[in-house]
Design a protein around this ligand. Structure first.
Ligand code: ADP
Length: 484
């Protein structure tokens, strides 16, 4: 059994290269959602502390931009090595504050380390271009410069990866940052800040403010134009508020927002493969992922058999404290989340859905929700338009390809989508019609450090990861050089 050691987790704010208590005496109580116990009490930044962090980043910005890319790359590589060395220690901390099983927390650390490595390399290859004006007047030089101080706001579901995916390209390009992790999972980010400190990140280039006063802290930073770029991962509701606040000073925005991913299973699909891939797309991180399959669209000829097999697979899951041996499904982030899930399940059942497994909130300590499969879910059930963010798989039968595409696109979101078929022409045709930033063909796992992740419609703006992810942190500058 992994041991939880909180000794190396900082409990203060990281501002200007120092660990400071901040001006707010009310601490943040961090709880373990598996037990309800308070595991740590840490600094709770006031709006003034947030401003100090933004000012520290501004002070450090020019020197960071001027630092050779190779030096910044070395810091990322050092942090990469230190992160992997601390894997078990940090995984236990992440599990204790967020709930995911220990093995998944270890996996998230590998995934996050992958971003540090990827951008350590990508940062060495930032290049502009050069061209001749066809008029013969002169030459057109395009250079790339860091966008400047970036404000990074991250969610609780992947407390490390969502931060690493933003911090790595920022460091690679020379953008000083202020990071505001989610108040439910601040320990992982504080631990990462300490790793960067050990890796030699210059004072003020990485600042971390943990707070329960998110809106009071972030609003003034954005509205007073203290930063040049906001990179946010979280709900569409909050993303939209922040986008509005950024408009005043035309702050660059990169927004990774909510999803409502369809997973389409066509009539030629192999059912065993369908169960494996839907399970991966649904149950990774207990379903608490914006890329999680939210609606399982199954051809009507297979829907019953698929439901029976999926329920049999879900029966094999062990639900419990993520730090316990053999647990596959940890708790939901909090009790509110469990109650919201139950409401959505009850609403679907009232509309005619059948529960094949799960569907009932258990008694007792911890925020647990059982793996649940719902068959014959009506197309207008509330859960078809809202993010479930939990281990609930609703099966919606469809008639034909056109019907499947229509249901799939009938949402304001456009993040991930998945389809399963052995017909290549159909796979490409349907993939082209899906209103989504990402499509998984015959797979339930699409996250990859080398891929540009992001959405269309209400799912956001911009891309993170891969070659494109670095663009969010860079500006173009065009210089004209006359020929005479
Ligand atoms: P979720 O529903 O997944 O918790 P949120 O969008 O509420 O997603 O939270 C994502 C991040 O945004 C968290 O760090 C949270 O503290 C922060 N946040 C929430 N509300 C606001 C707000 N009004 N202004 C700034 N940040 C916010």
């Amino acid at each position: 059994m992994p041991t939880l050691n909180l000794e190396n987790v900082p409990t203060k704010l990281f501002i200007g290269g120092e660990w400071i208590a901040g001006s707010n005496p009310d601490l943040i109580k961090v709880t373990n959602p598996a037990t309800g116990e308070v595991i740590a009490e840490i600094a709770n930044a006031s709006p003034e502390d947030g401003r100090l962090a933004a000012e520290a980043a501004n002070t450090a910005q020019d020197a960071f931009a001027a630092m050779p890319a190779q030096e910044r790359s070395k810091i990322l590589l050092k942090a990469h090595a230190l992160l992997l060395e601390s894997k078990d220690e940090l995984a236990a901390i992440m599990t204790a504050e967020m709930g995911k099983p220990f093995a998944e927390a270890r996996g998230e650390i590998d995934y996050s380390a992958g971003y540090l490595q990827w951008y350590a390399q990508e940062g060495l290859r930032v290049q502009g271009s050069h061209g001749q004006s066809p008029s013969g007047r002169g030459q057109i030089l395009l250079t790339r410069e860091p966008v400047g101080v970036s404000f990074l706001i991250t969610p609780w579901n992947f407390p490390l990866a969502m931060g690493a995916r933003k911090i790595a390209p920022a460091v690679a390009t020379g953008c000083a940052v202020v990071v505001k992790p989610a108040e439910k999972t601040p320990l992982t980010m504080l631990f990462l800040a300490r790793i960067f400190q050990k890796a030699g990140i210059p004072a003020g280039t990485l600042n971390v403010v943990t707070t329960t006063n998110s809106s009071k802290l972030t609003g003034p930073i954005l509205e007073d134009g203290l930063v040049r770029h906001l990179s946010f991962t979280g709900s569409t509701k909050v993303g939209s508020i922040l986008h509005g606040q950024c408009s005043k000073h035309m702050i660059r925005t990169s927004l990774e927002l909510g999803g409502n991913a369809p997973f389409i299973i066509f009539e030629d699909a192999d059912l065993d493969k369908a169960v494996t891939e839907v399970t991966a797309a649904k149950m990774r991180n207990m379903g608490e992922a914006c890329t999680a399959a939210n609606r399982i669209l199954v051809h009507e000829s297979l829907a019953d058999e698929f439901g029976t097999r999926l329920a049999a697979r879900f029966e094999q899951f062990t639900v419990g404290n993520g730090l316990d041996e053999g647990v596959d499904i940890g708790p939901m982030i909090d009790q509110t989340s469990c109650e919201r899930l139950q409401g959505l399940v009850d609403n679907a059942v009232a509309g005619g859905a059948r529960i094949l497994i799960g569907g009932e909130l258990p008694e007792g300590a911890g925020s647990f929700y059982p793996p649940t499969v719902l068959a014959d879910v009506p197309r207008d059930a509330d859960l078809t338009s809202q993010e479930l963010f939990g281990p609930v798989a609703p099966i919606i039968p469809f008639k034909d390809e056109a019907d499947a595409i229509e249901i799939a696109n009938d949402t304001e979101y456009g993040l991930a989508s998945y389809l399963l078929t052995n017909d290549l022409a159909r796979a490409m045709r349907v993939s082209g019609r899906l209103e989504a930033g990402m499509v998984g063909i015959n797979t339930g796992i699409i996250s990859d450090v080398a891929a540009p992740l992001g959405g269309v419609k209400a799912s956001g703006l911009g891309r993170e990861g891969g070659v494109l992810g670095i663009d969010e942190f860079l500006e173009y500058k065009y210089t004209f050089i006359p020929n005479d």
